[in-house]
Design a protein around this ligand. Sequence first.
Ligand code: KG4
Ligand code: ZN
Length: 343
Amino acid sequence: MLVLGIESSCDETAAALVRDGREVLSNVVASQVATHRAFGGVVPELASREHLRNIGYVVRQALREGGCTLGEVDGIAVTQGPGLIGSLLVGVSYAKAMAWASGKPLVPVHHVEGHIFSAFIENPGIEYPLLALTVSGGHTSMIHAPRPGEYEIIGRTRDDAAGEALDKIAKFLGLGYPGGPVIDRLARDGDPRRFPFSIPKISDGRLDFSFSGFKTAALRHIAEAGIRPVRPGAPAPRVVLDLVASYQRAIVDTLIGQVKKAEARLMPRSLLLVGGVACNSLLRESFRKTFESRERPVRVYIPSPAYTTDNAAMIAAAATPRFGRSPALDLALNASASLPLGG
Ligand code: KG4
Ligand code: ZN
C-alpha cells in the first residue's frame, strides 16, 4: 500500500510517500518560518498564500524523491482539520483535484490522529490501549485510544498550547521565532530553580492543562528582575537563561504530572509523546525517565524529531489502514477548522 500524504494545516506545506504506513520513501516539508518570523507568529493570510505557492512543488518533489509516479500510488491522504481554514483548504482542494484527475482513492485525516500515527512509523508494533500526549504550537491534549480508530480526549489545554506558551515568552524576551527550540537550547545553561512557578491545581477531576498562569508569572518575574529584551545577535544574559530554564521546567512538570495521573487511571500498554514540542530535550528526557522506570510495564514511544513537527508522513501513515474501507472519492469532502477527533 503506497500512500501519498499531504499536510497544510498551519505553516508547513508537506508531502510524503509512505509504503505500508512505515516505510518512508520521501518526507518533504517546506517551512514558512522565514515568512512569519518578522511577525513573531503565524499570519493566517500569508500562510495560505505560501501554501498555494509551494504545494505543487512540494508534491512533485515528494514523488521525485520517492522514485514514484502518481500512477504507482495506491491512494492519497490529506489533513482535513483542525487548523487554519485557509491553509487547510489549499491541501484539501489540491488532494481532491489530484484524486479526481488520477482516479485514486482519497482519505481525509484528523491532524491530531496524524500526530499519534507519527509514533507508528518507526514502531509499527505499538500495542493498544495507548495514551498519547500531543503537544504542539496549536494543540495540547491527552488522547486515550482503547483500540485502533477509537479516541477519547481525556485532557486538553484550557488556554494556550504548550508550544504557544513557549513561543510567546521567547517573543517577549526577543529570543526569536519559533521560541520553543531557542528556549530548549538556552535552558541547558540556566538554573531551573532560580524562579518559582506554581503548578495550577485543576479541581474538577478533569486532566486538563493550563499555561496562562505560567505566562503571567513569567511576565511578573521579568518586571521584578528588570529583565530587558535581548538584542538580536547578542548573547542572552544569565538571568534570561535562568528564567527560561525555570519556565520550561514548570511547563514540562505540569505536562508530566497530568500524564502520570492519566497513566495511573487508565493503565495503557503504550505511552506516546508526539507533536512539535516533543522535540524538546528536557521533555523527552523527563518523559522517558518518569515512565520507563515504572514497575508496571508500559512502553514509551517518542518519534524522531523529523516526525514530531508537522509533516505528511504521519498523515499517510494514519490513513493507510483506512483505504480498504472508503475507496470512493467523496467530492463533498471539505476542510474543517475545528474538526472533532474521531467524529
Ligand atoms: O507540531 P508543530 O510543528 O506545529 C503545530 O501543529 O503547532 O509544533 C510547533 C511548535 C512550536 O510552538 C515550536 O516552538 C515547538 O513546536 N517546538 C519546540 C521545540 N521544537 C519545536 N518546543 C520546545 N522545544 C523544542 N525543541
Ligand atoms: Zn501539528
